[in-house]
Design a protein around this ligand. Structure first.
Ligand code: MG
Length: 207
């Protein structure tokens, strides 16, 4: 199982970190050991002093495919979920400045919060998923996937040119504006707008 992550997929977030808006998707990966499931807490890692949340809609891939054609891309989406791409921002800034890979800032243990999944039919609009992140019950990030620079179909086509997609793979589709730090004691909750209204998809306490 692969965890594929997309960077800078919302224009407003690219700008808040003083990055250019990309003309091709920015792809990186996390290993399965990065997963944090079942609303378990995150223990603040000792190697960073600037741990950031990035709430992201997640695609669960439902079948195997390579070089997927655009007209078939939507068929590979099995379910939609929500999670966090935790980022050691201080380390990422250092790695970026040196032109080095990001893994130690992005792919560390428990850096990939994974919440619930629902089928496309559970959402009011399957091309515009609305989601939000609350920190200590205050809204800190709000997004709508219709604002993505690269649509889910475009991401599936692009990623599958390089990496065979397999059933169960996850694609973290990028974060909207509003990323920020957490401290020990913070409580994060991610929600999505479903046919039932705003539903909680995960919680994550920082310990
Ligand atoms: Mg991210």
């Amino acid at each position: 199982m692969k965890i594929i992550c997309i960077g800078r997929n919302y224009g407003a977030h690219a700008k808040e970190l003083q990055n250019a808006v990309p003309d091709e998707p920015i792809v990186f990966m996390k290993p399965p050991t990065a997963l944090l499931i079942n609303n378990k807490p995150l223990y603040y890692p000792s190697f960073t002093d600037d741990l950031h949340y990035e709430v992201e809609v997640i695609i669960k891939i439902g079948k195997n495919g390579r070089h997927i054609e655009p007209q078939f891309a939507a068929d590979y989406i099995e379910e939609i979920g929500l999670g966090i791409d935790f980022t050691a921002r201080d380390i990422q800034v250092k790695q970026k400045a040196k032109g080095l890979p990001w893994e130690i800032a992005k792919a560390f243990d428990h850096s990939a919060v994974l919440g619930n999944f629902k089928p496309l039919s559970a959402f009011p609009n399957s091309s515009a998923f609305e989601f939000q992140l609350l920190k200590n019950d205050e809204l800190v990030q709000q997004g709508n996937t219709e604002d993505c620079i690269f649509s889910f179909e475009t991401l599936i086509v692009y990623v599958s040119k390089y990496f065979k997609l397999q059933m169960g793979d996850l694609i973290y589709t990028g974060t909207p504006a509003g990323v920020g730090p957490v401290v020990i004691g913070d409580k994060l909750e991610g929600k999505m707008l479903t046919n039932e209204g705003w539903e909680s998809f995960f919680t994550c306490n920082i310990k």
